[in-house]
Design a protein around this ligand. Structure first.
Ligand code: ATP
Length: 328
């Protein structure tokens, strides 16, 4: 459902008054058919040149077929920090209406290094790679993010009791880097306990930093706490650029029906606007979106409503237009 939710987002961004000259690129299975590769060079060059991109979810075959384009893109551009704010929205039925935390996920290594091999038939090794360089820079990013966004605490999530060397290195670096940020509280949680604590007392968390796979799993868990994957945005940040995309995948079960919730990618788009200095437009669009939620009339199916993707975007655009004509 990538094209459906992405075009809804593009419409809202344009209605917010940002004059974007979009360069459009196809990735994944369709690119494979057209160009013979799932990740065409033109797309990577375009992002390198523009330094910013809005990306719809791209399907990854399970257990076979091509490797993940989402992961490939993050690696190709060294987008090492995956920032995923988790904030409940007004009027959306969820377990924790007050929840407001941020997951900072390492994006380039860990078990996502994709190094797997068959040792002998029936025995497979999958390597988890943790480096000092990548761990230090993601932990630093998390603390800098906390400082810049007036967050009070950073929690490292790990399994250093079992993976003493790999997660142990990550944890040691976390506490070493934390000394550079004396104003921000630093603590850690073992991943299994962290899952329970997130479900029972999520208010104790603020910014959470972790390696790749833990970040993938906790992101979905946290999305569940605020009403589902349709509401969880994200940004992949690196020195060479930034790619904004929702936490969720390509949702093949509802693709092509025009019913997906575009909120997660829309909020990713708003993160992108703030990243490029269009904070006013982002605030206008966000206010219009929040008003639509507060009104409670237009909810997509994942939230118990009947509104389709395009109509949800239209409701936001109508509110934007109404605000503009009031202030004119
Ligand atoms: P990936 O492995 O690519 O991250 P995933 O396993 O997280 O994907 P998704 O494609 O995100 O799986 O979908 C999980 C479930 O959430 C599906 O039932 C899907 O329909 C639903 N879902 C995901 N995104 C949305 C959305 N934007 N609107 C409505 N439902 C969604």
């Amino acid at each position: 459902m990538g094209p459906e939710i992405t075009s809804a987002t593009v419409r809202v961004i344009e209605a917010a008054g940002v004059d974007v000259n979009w360069e459009t690129h196809i990735l994944g299975a369709q690119a494979q058919e057209k160009y013979g590769t799932t990740l065409p060079d033109e797309a990577i060059t375009s992002i390198r040149e523009n330094r910013v991109a809005l990306k719809g979810p791209i399907m990854t075959p399970v257990g076979k077929g091509f490797t993940s384009v989402n992961v490939g893109l993050r690696k190709a551009l060294d987008l090492y920090a995956n920032v995923r704010p988790v904030r409940a929205l007004p009027n959306v039925p969820c377990r924790y209406p007050e929840l407001d935390l941020v997951i900072v996920r390492e994006n380039t290594e860990g078990l996502y290094s994709g190094i797997e091999h068959v040792v002998v038939p029936g025995v497979v090794e999958s390597l988890k790679v943790i480096t000092e360089k990548a761990s230090r820079r993601i932990v630093k990013y998390a603390f800098e993010f906390a400082r810049d966004n007036r967050r009070r605490k950073v929690t490292a999530v790990h399994k250093a009791n079992i993976m003493k060397l790999s997660d142990g290195l990550f944890l040691d670096l976390f506490y070493e880097v934390s000394k550079e940020f004396p104003d921000i509280e630093a603590d850690d949680k073992i991943i299994d306990n962290c899952c329970m604590q997130l479900v029972m007392r999520p208010e104790q968390f603020d910014v959470l930093v972790m390696e790749n796979l833990y970040g993938d799993i906790l992101s979905d868990l946290c999305a569940g706490l605020i009403g589902g994957l349709g509401l969880a945005p994200g940004a992949n940040i690196g020195e060479q650029g930034a790619v904004f995309e929702a936490v969720h995948g390509s949702a093949p079960d509802i693709a092509g029906q025009g019913i997906a919730n575009p909120t997660a990618i829309l909020m990713s788009g708003l993160m992108m606007l703030r990243h490029i200095g269009e904070a006013d437009a982002a605030a206008r669009a966000e206010k219009a979106m929040l008003d639509v939620f507060a009104e409670g009339k237009y909810l997509t199916r994942d939230l118990g409503g009947t509104t389709n993707t395009a109509d949800f975007a239209s409701a936001i655009i109508e509110r934007l237009a109404a605000t503009e004509s009031r202030s004119a």
